[in-house]
Write a protein that binds this ligand. Sequence first.
Ligand code: HDE
Length: 689
Amino acid sequence: MTDNVAGRPGNGGETHQEASGDDVRLTTQQGVVVGDDQNTLRAGERGPALLEDFHFREKIFHFDHERIPERVVHARGFGVHGYFENYDSLSDLTRADPFQEAGRRTEAFVRFSTVAGNKGSFDLARDVRGFAVKLYTREGNWDLVGNNIPVFFIQDPIKFPDMVHAAKQEPDRGFPQAQTAHDNFWDFVSLTPESTHMLLWIMSDRAIPRSFRFMEGFGVHTFRLVNAEGRSTFVKFHWKPKQGLQSVVWNEALKINGADPDFHRRDLWDAIQSGDYPEWELGMQLFDDDFADRFAFDILDPTKIIPEEEVPVRPVGKLVLNRVVDNFFAETEQVAFCTQNIVPGIDFTNDPLLQGRNFSYLDTQLKRLGSPNFTHLPVNAPKCPFATFQQDGHMAMVNPKGRVNYEPNSWPDDIKGPREDPERGFTTYPETISGPERRLRAESFADHYSQARQFFVSQTSIEQQHIVDAFVFELSKCDRVEIRARVVGALRNVHEDLATAVADGLGLAELPEPARCAREPITDLPPSPALSIVRNGPDSVAGRKIGVLVTDGVDAKAFAEVRDAVQAEQAILEVVAPKVGGVTTDDGGRIEADQKIDGGPSVLYDAVVILATDAGAAELATLPPARDFVSDAYAHGKFIAHRNAGSLFAAAGLTGELDAGVMDLAAGASVADFLGRCREVRYWARFES
Ligand code: HDE
C-alpha cells in the first residue's frame, strides 16, 4: 500500500476503493484521474482562471473546510490507543463488563489535553491536564472523562461558562494565550471562594507535569458501582502512573515552551514508538452511605477529595498505552467523549457538576462534529454489536436495510429489528429523590478552605515554595492591585505562612483582612503524603531522558560507558553536540548527534552529562547555548556528570566548590552513582541552599 494517495484506506477511509502499487493515480473525489495537479485551467498562457476547472474548485473547496470547531476547552490534546486489563473479578461490586474476570482486556482510547489554550498553544502551560479515557467495553462505550487534578474550580455547572471565559484569553485583546496569569481569571476566582482548593493545586507543580506519562488521573466526581443484585457502592476513580510522579520547575516550563512547544506529545509519541509503553493502575476508593454520612465534607462536592489515607485506593487493573494514532484528525480531533457514556454496572451520582456535564458533552459534539452521526466515526463507534432505530441525518454511514424502522412492530422475527432487554439492559440505580425545586447551594458545600490548607501542609517545603512562587508570578501579571489583595485575603483562610509569603513576594503594602468565610475552616486535618509529587516520585530512571553533551576528541570509552549504563537502566540517551553532524572521538570514531546545541537545551532532559576535552570545553564556553545548557541544568536542580568541563562551568558562572549534585567522572565519580542519584529526579538540596 502506498502512503499519501487519495482514497488510501485507514480509519474512516474503508469505503474508498483501494489503490495500490505503481498503478496509483491521483483522482478527484469522484474518482476521475487528474491529468495536471500543478496548474489551474487558464484562458491563454497569462490569462484568467476558468470556473469550469472542477478539479481546482473541488480541491480548494475541500481545503477551505478542513477545520472543524476546536473544543471550547481542552482544545490542545493528544490521543493514543491502548487497553485496560483487569486484575480480579469485581462482580461483587459491579456488573460492569471490564471488571468481570481476571485478565479481561478492554480496548481503550485516551486523550490527554491542556484546558485553557487554543489548539496551537504550547504543551507546558501552567494548566490542568485532561485525562479522558474511552473504554470500548463489550456492553457499550464507557467514557471516564477526568483530569490530572482531583478537584474542580466550581460546584455548580451554571458557573462553567463564566469560569472558562475568565480563564481563557481576554475578549477585547485575544490574549494572553494558554495562561491564567491575567486579571480576568484572578478577578473571577478571588470572587469565587469555592475555587480556593483548586487554586492550590494549579499553583502547585501538578499543573506543570514533566510528561503525560508521569502524572495521575482522577475521575473527580463520586460515581456508583452497581452489582447484578442492584447493590450500589460509591467510588472515586484514580489513575496512578507506574512510572511515578514527576513535574518540571516553572523556569524550566517557560524555556521548554520555547525549545519544544510539543514537548508532551512528542514524549508520549516517542515512548510508544520505542516500545516503552506507559502504564497506569486504575484505583478505586470504595465507600458506602455510612462513610458518606460521617465524612467531614459532602461526597457530592467536586471541590473536595477523600484523602487516600482515609479511604485507601484499591488497585483493580492496569491501563497500557501501546499504539499511536494513524491519523491525528480522524482520531484525536474527532474523538467525542461524553460523560453520559456509561455502561451497566456504573452509574452517576447527584454531583451537580457531573449532572451539568452530562448535558454539555453531547451538545458540544453536535457543534464540533456537525452531525448526530458522530457515533459512526470509527474512533467513537462501539466495538460491541449495536442496533438502534435512529436514522438519517448528516453523513449517515450506518444505514440499516429493510422496511422496519420503529418499534413496537408486528413484522416477522427476521426483519422486525432490535428489542429492549430488561435483564441485560442499562437500569438506573433507583435512588429516592425528594425536595422542593429551588436554586440553592447545599449547606454541606459551604467549606471552601479546609482542604486547601490540608493540601498545602501535605507538601514538602520545596513544593510549598513553588506554590508561593506561582501565586506571586501569576498575581504579578494582574494589573489591578485590589485583585492581588483579594487573593491574599482568601489565602489567609488557608495558611498564614502562605498568605504572608505571597504578600511579601508581591510587595503588598499591608496584609489584607482575611476573606469572609461561609463556614469556619477546619485547621487540624492531618497531612496527606499522597498529595505530594516529590514524595511519590519514581523509583528508577527508566523512561527518563539523559542529555549527553559531547565535543570533538571525546573519550570513546567514557561515552560508551555512559551510553551502556543509560540503556541498561532503560532510560533514553540523546547526544547533543556543537554541530548536528556529530563529533570525532579520541580513537578516530564518530558519534552522531541527535541535537545541535542550539536545539538541545538542557531543559529537554531529566539529567545531563558533559563529556568534553579541555579544548572542547573551551570552545563550548564561547557558545551561549552551551553556557545556558550548564547554568540551566544547575538552576533547575538537575544532576550533572562531567569530564573536563571546568572551563565551561566557569563561563556559565559555576565557580568554586560545586554541590554533590555535580559529579566529576574524571575525578573518580562513577556513572552508576550518577544514575543512582538521578532516581531522586532532582538534587533537591540545591533549592534549599
Ligand atoms: Fe469538561 N468539557 N466540562 N470537565 N472536559 C469538555 O467537551 C464541561 C469538567 C474534561 O479530550 C467539552 O468535547 C462542563 C470537569 C476533559 O475530548 C465541554 C463542565 C472535568 C475534556 C465540557 C466541565 C472535565 C473536557 C469541550 C462543568 C474533570 C476533554 C469539548 C459542569 C473531571 C475531552 C468537549 C477530550 C471537555 C464541558 C467540567 C474534564 C464543553 C459544562 C470537572 C478531560 O463539553
